[in-house]
Design a binder for this molecule. Structure first.
Ligand code: PLP
Length: 348
C-alpha cells in the first residue's frame, strides 16, 4: 500500500482546492489564543526554545498525572512512530496491526526489516482484539491499536481495550495511537494512559495536529513507561532539537482548552451530519465515524473517483478495503462539505 502521506505531499495536488478533505486536518484552525501565542513567539524565535519545553511538559504531566520521564515530545507524533520502529523493531521481529489501519508505523517497521502481521477488522470495521491477541507470535515486539481508527473512524470498546492492554502488555509492547481521541465526548475515560501509569508496557501517542489544528506547526508526544522512553531516546529527535518555539507556544496556549475543543468538535459533528445526509440522499452507505473523517463504499473505481473529484476542486482519498473501493473523506468546514456535495452529485 502507498504510504499514508504520499498523496498529501504529491506534487500533482493543486493548491487552490475548494475542499481540502484528504489529510484529516482541523480546518477550523488553531484556537484564537494559540494564534496570538504563535505570533508572539515569532518575535522571540531567534532564541532556542529550551525554557518553554519544561513548561509544556509540566502542563501535560499535571493533566495526565504522569512524570516527565514518561513523556517524549517531538515535532508531531510521526517522528515518535519512526523512533518506535527503529528502537523496538530495528533488530527484527514483527508488529501486529489491524487491516485496515493507519500504516505509518508498520510501514516504518518493514523498512527496518521487521515483519508486518495484518489482522482483518471485524464485520463492523473495528479492531478484532481477540484475533489480534491470537496473532501474536514469539517474535512480536509491538501490537498497534489506532483508536479511533484511521481510516474507518471506528472505536474499540474501552473496557475491552483496557483488559486487552493489561494482558497483552505482559508479553509485548502495546502501541495505542490516540491521534483522534479528542473527538470523543470523554477522552479521559477512554485513554490508555491509565495503563501506562499502572506500569504497563504501553505507548500512547497523541498529537496537536488534529483537534488542536496545529498540523502545520508539527508537535505531538508519546506517554510511556520511563524504560521505554529511555529506549526511544537515542533514535528520536525530541525536545529542543525538534521543537520550534511557535509550535510549543501554540500547544501551550490551547492544550486542554475545553471551550475551543468543544467548539471544534461541535462544528465537526455538524459537517459530518451534513455529509451523512448527502450520502444517504444519493443512495450511499457509510461507516458511522467517531472522528473527523468518514469512510464510505464507492460505486466506481476509487482512483477514478479521486481524480474526478479533484478535477472538481475536491481533494479526498480513495482506499482499497476488503477488495472493494472506498472513499475516506475528512470533515471540513460547511462550505467545503457543500463543495463536496455539489461535485459528488455530478458523479453519483
Ligand atoms: N497517527 C494517526 C492515526 C494519524 O492519522 C496521523 C496523521 O494523520 C498521525 C499519527 C501523525 O500525525 P502527526 O505526525 O501530525 O502528529
Amino acid at each position: 500500500t502507498a504510504h499514508a502521506t504520499d498523496y498529501a505531499v504529491s506534487p500533482k495536488l493543486p493548491v487552490n482546492l475548494k475542499a481540502r478533505l484528504f489529510a484529516n486536518e482541523n480546518p477550523f484552525g488553531p484556537s484564537p489564543a494559540a494564534k496570538k501565542a504563535i505570533m508572539d513567539a515569532v518575535t522571540t524565535s531567534y532564541q532556542y526554545p529550551m525554557r518553554m519545553i519544561p513548561e509544556l511538559e509540566a502542563k501535560i504531566c499535571a493533566h495526565e498525572g504522569i512524570t516527565p520521564d514518561m513523556l517524549m515530545i517531538s515535532s508531531g507524533s510521526s517522528p515518535l512512530l519512526l523512533g518506535t520502529a527503529v528502537s523496538l523493531l530495528g533488530s527484527g521481529g514483527n508488529i501486529v496491526t489491524a487491516e485496515t489501519t493507519y500504516d505509518d508505523l508498520p510501514t516504518r517497521c518493514e523498512k527496518v526489516k521487521a515483519q508486518w502481521i495484518k489482522v482483518p477488522l471485524t464485520k463492523d470495521y473495528t479492531h478484532d482484539l481477540d484475533a489480534m491477541e491470537k496473532a501474536i507470535t514469539t517474535d512480536t515486539k509491538v501490537v498497534y491499536i489506532c483508536n479511533p481508527n484511521n481510516p474507518t473512524g471506528t472505536i474499540v470498546d474501552a473496557d475491552k481495550l483496557k483488559a486487552f492492554c493489561e494482558r497483552v502488555s505482559q508479553k509485548v509492547t502495546v502501541f495505542v495511537d490516540e491521534a483522534y481521541i479528542d473527538y470523543l465526548p470523554d477522552a479521559g475515560a477512554v485513554t490508555m494512559i491509565r495503563g501506562v501509569k499502572q506500569g504497563q508496557n504501553i505507548i500512547v501517542a497523541r498529537t496537536f495536529s488534529k483537534v488542536y489544528g496545529l498540523a502545520g506547526l508539527r508537535i505531538g508526544y508519546i506517554v510511556a513507561p520511563p524504560a521505554i522512553i529511555a529506549r526511544l531516546q537515542p533514535n528520536t529527535s525530541c525536545s529542543w532539537a525538534a521543537l520550534s518555539a511557535p509550535a510549543i507556544s501554540g500547544a501551550l496556549a490551547s492544550y486542554q482548552d475545553k471551550t475551543y475543543i468543544q467548539d471544534t468538535v461541535k462544528k465537526t459533528i455538524e459537517s459530518r451530519q451534513f455529509l451523512y445526509d448527502t450520502l444517504k440522499a444519493e443512495g450511499y452507505s457509510y461507516i458511522p465515524s467517531h472522528a473527523n473523517f468518514v469512510m464510505f463504499p464507492l460505486k466506481m473505481d476509487g482512483e477514478r473517483f479521486q481524480e474526478e473529484m479533484m478535477k472538481r476542486g475536491v481533494g479526498l482519498r480513495n482506499w482499497k478495503m476488503n477488495n472493494a473501493h472506498w472513499c475516506r473523506i475528512s470533515i471540513g468546514r460547511m462550505d467545503e462539505m457543500q463543495a463536496f456535495a455539489a461535485a459528488f452529485k455530478e458523479l453519483s
